[in-house]
Each structure stands twice: as structure tokens, then as C-alpha cells.
Design a protein around this ligand. Sequence first.
Ligand SMILES: Cc1cc2nc3c(=O)[nH]c(=O)nc-3n(C[C@H](O)[C@H](O)[C@H](O)COP(=O)(O)OP(=O)(O)OC[C@H]3O[C@@H](n4cnc5c(N)ncnc54)[C@H](O)[C@@H]3O)c2cc1C
Length: 406
Amino acid sequence: MADSEVLVIGGGIAGASAAFHLAEHGRNVTLLERGDIASEASGVNAGGIGALGWGHLPDLQAYLTMGSLQIFKRLQLELGYDIEFRASGALQAIQTQEQYDYTRDRVLAMRARGYTVELLTANEARGVEPELSPDLWGAVHFPLRAQADPVKATRAFADAAAQQGAQVLTGRNVTAITCQANGAYRVSCDGEERLAERLILAAGVWCGPLGRMLGLDIPIVPVRGQMWASDPLPPRVFHSLSAAESPMDWAQDPEQHPGRPRGSEARTPPELTHLGSRRVTRHLYGRQNRDGELVFGGDRQAVGYDKSVDMTGIEVNVGHVAEVLPLVGSLALRRTWSGLMPFSMDGKPVVGRIPQFENLYIVSGLASSGFGRGPMAGKLIADFIHTGQMPPVLSESDPARCVTAL
Ligand SMILES: Cc1cc2nc3c(=O)[nH]c(=O)nc-3n(C[C@H](O)[C@H](O)[C@H](O)COP(=O)(O)OP(=O)(O)OC[C@H]3O[C@@H](n4cnc5c(N)ncnc54)[C@H](O)[C@@H]3O)c2cc1C
């Protein structure tokens, strides 16, 4: 007899959402997390929730972003969790004429595809976000984007899962997994054994090591993101903020652009700020949180599992934010930190059934926007398991495209 129908490994936002939605479907589910819930990427991110609308032809990205937005709202407004959700909208600063020309064409293309986005003049942008620099060329307004507290939101999913009857077990480090002759999984956590009929790998950048326990190569690599927070100040910044520099640089660089064909020779995921140790662009995102801190970050560097903070990168980011938001020039940094984002080599999510085994699933590869996409990714994998039918939209994230036997 299995201890549970479904065992989820990983208590980040992807695993916690999967456990919640499975428990809501009435499934007997257990979640194993080696630290605390939200102790890795899901607890240290910027809390930005990206959404552009469904578009004329909803694809996986539309499902993940718009679906997650609905789920975040449900968590706060219907289930009563204070996750600091705010439908703030977002602004992307345009700093040069070249960025303006590129961004104008991009906005027109997005609107033609049915997305909710508009181009603002500098004065229009400063009308809704007065602290923006007068030197900007303009800004893109994303009215559907939102924000929430990463730790509170992720823990709310785990709590909601437990309320629905899931077992949520922290301090459980999975050290071995074997598939039994009857198809069930035996999972060891430092000596403690558990049996489950189905297994979901939701361990973020540690899906690779978990895959190796089963003789699988799961090509999800860690990309370090780092952030800083200012001393608290009264409410001064109302939207989530970003800058147009990196999207333009990534679109123009064949090595970095996710839309270009990337053969098996690709050695790094797309859309990084560094190739090796060489900086190729400056990326920027952030917001003011409820405590009043300005929290910003940007760098995305593939440095293995190294979570030390590189102050040179922090200084570059502080300088960039000060160009967009001059008040930052006079603020003291209160703290810095980093976390590891789970990137696949083509930059796309890896969500679905792993074909080499029966009843083995994965929800990962959510990269730099997994906080805003994790809730729906978890729901889609839960729906897949509950109904036995793959939600058609998951064909875009099929693990079969990249997971191989070792
Ligand atoms: C600095 C930074 C800023 C970011 N900003 C944003 C943002 O603004 N908006 C956005 O949408 N996204 C953002 N992201 C990305 C987002 O945080 C991630 O994509 C998302 O949190 C990934 O969630 P996850 O559940 O897949 O992984 P994780 O949150 O990493 O969770 C995986 C869990 O698995 C556990 N685990 C691993 N191995 C084992 C094992 N052997 N046994 C048991 N448990 C195990 C880990 O302890 C961990 O808790 C940011 C990321 C970083 C690092």
C-alpha cells in the first residue's frame, strides 16, 4: 500500500500550488520539502506577477500568467490569505531613442496579437509614477501586471493545501528515489521511507539532482539572480518597474534571443545578463513593498549553485535603477541577497509527464518568472494527474523534448 497517491518533492510555489490543487481535487497528497516552505527561489524573488492578457490565440505563456493572476486573486480575495497582492500594473522605462524605436514596434506587435499594453510618453508615465526620471523617452504600461509578497504567497499555497487535507512535511531532504516493479515510487528522506503511486518533481534547480536518482538527465540549470533592498520610505513607487534595455539587447543577440532556433549546441539558457563572466546587458526589475523598502534586482548569471552575492553586479543594478528612479541615488542599501532560478536550455517551462517512467511528472523550468507563473503551472499538473488527460496547452512544455536517460 502506498502512503500517498501523489508525492510532491519541493515546497516552492510550483510544488505548493500543485499540492493545493491536487488536495482540492480530493487527492491524497504529500509534499516533502527539505528546508522550510519558500526557503529557495520562491521566497527570495521580487514578487512581480507578469500578465499581458490572453491574446487572440492563448498559448502556454498566456495560460500560465493569466491563470496565475486569477489564482493569486483567489488566494487573497476568496480564501482570505493576506499575500500583499496588489493589481499595481507595471511600467517599463525607455531610456534611449534606439530603445524607443524597438519598443514602439514591439508594443504594436503585441497589441496586434491582442495583448493589453500601451506606449506612454515620458510625461504620461510621470503622471502615474511621479518619481520616474524626466530624462526617459517614455515607458510601456502593462496594466494587468501585479505584485505580491513571495514568502506569504508561497506559504499560503502550502497552508491551503494542508487545509484541504494534504500532508505538508518540511525538513525532509529526499536522498534516494526508486521505482518499484508495481510502478510505485519509494522515496527516502534521510532514512525515512515513503511510498507513492505518483511522483511530481517540483524541486526548482534541484530537479537535475533528483532526476539522476532515477537515471535521468533533466537539463534544468541554476541561474543566479540577485537583489537589494533600500531602507524603508513612505509610499513613493506605485507600479512594478523594469527597463527596456535588456529586452532589446536580448532580441538583437542571436545567442540570447529565445525565439531563435537554439540547437543542442546551446551551452547556456537564453536571456542572461552575462555570458560566462562577461556582461552583455543590464536587466532591471523591482517595486516598493508594503514595508516601504524599494526592492530591485536584475542580474542573471549562470554560476552553478553559487548563491554568494556579487557586489559589482549589485552596484551596476543600483546605478541603473537610479537612472530610472533618481530618488534611489540618495538611499542607503539595507540588505542584499541572491537565489537560484530554474532555467531550461531553451528557456521554456518543463511541465508535464516524464515519458521514461510511468506516473512521473515534473513542474519546473519556470526560470525568471516562476513566481508569477508557478500557481497555474501547479494547477495544470494537478489537473493532468487528476483527469488523466494532458491539458492540451502543456504540449508546449512537454518534458519529452529535453529529458533523456543517463
Ligand atoms: C532574485 C530572484 C528574483 C526573482 N524575481 C521574480 C519575479 O519578480 N517574478 C517572478 O515571477 N519570478 C521571479 N523569480 C523567479 C522565481 O522565483 C522562480 O522561477 C520560482 O520561485 C521557482 O519556483 P519553484 O517552486 O520551481 O522552485 P523553488 O522555489 O526553488 O522551490 C524548490 C524547492 O525544492 C526544495 N528541494 C530541492 N531539493 C530537494 C530535495 N532533495 N528534497 C526535498 N526538497 C528539495 C528546495 O528546498 C526548494 O524549496 C525570481 C528569482 C530570483 C532568484
